[in-house]
Design a protein around this ligand. Structure first.
Ligand code: PBG
Ligand code: ZN
Length: 337
């Protein structure tokens, strides 16, 4: 293809053509909204590094989930801030734990909204690690039992899907078995298959009050330098029965999203994590970027990289923009909507 026989600008010359040849689309069906459920009543506490995102008690979660549902967001993913934490994360698998109660309330009040739960220990342990500590490190195999219990208790409370984020080896199999043996064969597992040890989780740890009290998560989360390791991690989870594989964080790992899409024929999800959200919010507050435009461009980048689903704190905003008929194309000319 060479100039002047070929002119790349011809097909860009009219909006109608740009709309006709756009390769990637974004829909509210792609969105999953993360929410933080806090023990108590009347709580709605904004996370300082995540404007617009709150720790909230159940009645407020229900109200916001209803709003998200009405905007067309089909699913939420829940994180819990329990009343008390201990060494073995008891609240994570308690029948009346914070998440279990939140699930029941949501399924009662907003039954058509899909409720996905994050399955991990770090929000429930007093040391803030994602599993049981033995000899100064997280013990893989003991943690598996607790994760299986946690996932099962979420299913028993009515969760529509469970999403393990702990990065223990064998957790998808352990969870799958627990679900299958107890009458929950139909509940899908979305695995945080490729999860890097990332600085981009900083704001989340404020939101979930889950900062490790010693050390870091590098003995179980992945090294940001690694690409081939992502294939091994995803392969394991696929063979253990994962229904959806996730890459996390999103923007700094778009290459890995593309690799997963090319390599596996399962749905691929991407987690547009807290630090990615905070950066857009901060730059927008400074007046340095056009927030709506950058947000939508970011969403489109996930879809273009091959993601089917996007877990994002921007979910409600994105849904609103989509309803307004927002086109990236249009914004680039006139600055609307
Ligand atoms: C728990 C978990 C984390 C996130 C999702 N599940 C934090 C972590 O691993 O430290 C991060 C989400 C975000 O930053 O938005 N294991
Ligand atoms: Zn964790």
């Amino acid at each position: 293809m060479f100039y002047p026989t070929f002119r790349a600008r011809r097909i860009r010359g009219k909006e109608v053509f740009r709309n006709m040849v756009r390769e990637t689309s974004l829909s509210t069906n792609d969105l999953i909204y993360p929410m933080f459920s806090a023990f108590g009543k009347g709580i709605k506490k904004e996370i300082s590094s995540m404007p617009g995102i709150y720790q909230q008690s159940i009645e407020n979660i229900v109200a916001e989930a209803q709003e998200a549902y009405e905007l067309g967001v089909p699913a939420v993913i829940l994180f819990g801030i329990p009343e008390t934490k201990d060494a073995v994360g008891s609240d994570a698998y308690a029948e009346h734990g914070i998440i279990q109660e939140t699930i029941r309330a949501l399924k009662k009040e907003v039954p058509k909204l899909a409720v996905i739960t994050d399955v991990c220990m770090c929000e429930y342990t007093d040391h803030g690690h994602c599993g049981i500590i033995k000899d100064g490190d997280v013990d893989n195999d003991e943690t598996l039992e607790l994760l299986a219990k946690e996932a099962l208790s979420h299913a028993q409370a009515g969760a529509d899907m469970v999403a393990p984020s702990d990065m223990m080896d064998g957790r998808v199999m352990a969870i799958r078995e627990a679900l299958d043996n107890n009458g929950y064969k139909h509940i899908p597992v979305m695995s945080y298959a490729v999860k890097y040890a990332s600085g981009y989780y900083g704001p989340f740890r404020e939101a979930a009050e889950s900062t490790p009290q010693f050390g870091d998560r590098r003995s179980y989360q992945m090294d940001p330098a690694n690409r081939l390791e992502a294939f091994r991690e995803a392969q394991m989870d696929v063979e253990e029965g994962a229904d959806i594989i996730m890459v996390k964080p999103g923007l700094p790992y778009l290459d890995v999203v593309r690799e997963m899409r090319n390599q596996f024929n399962l749905p691929v999800a991407v987690y547009n994590v807290s630090g990615e959200y905070s950066m857009i919010k901060a730059a927008a507050q400074m007046g340095w970027i056009d927030e709506d435009r950058v947000t939508m461009e970011t969403m489109m980048s996930f879809k273009r990289a091959g993601a089917d689903l996007i877990l994002t704190y921007h979910a409600k905003e994105v849904a609103k923009l989509l309803h307004k008929g927002y086109e990236i194309d249009r914004a680039s000319r006139c600055g609307c909507p």
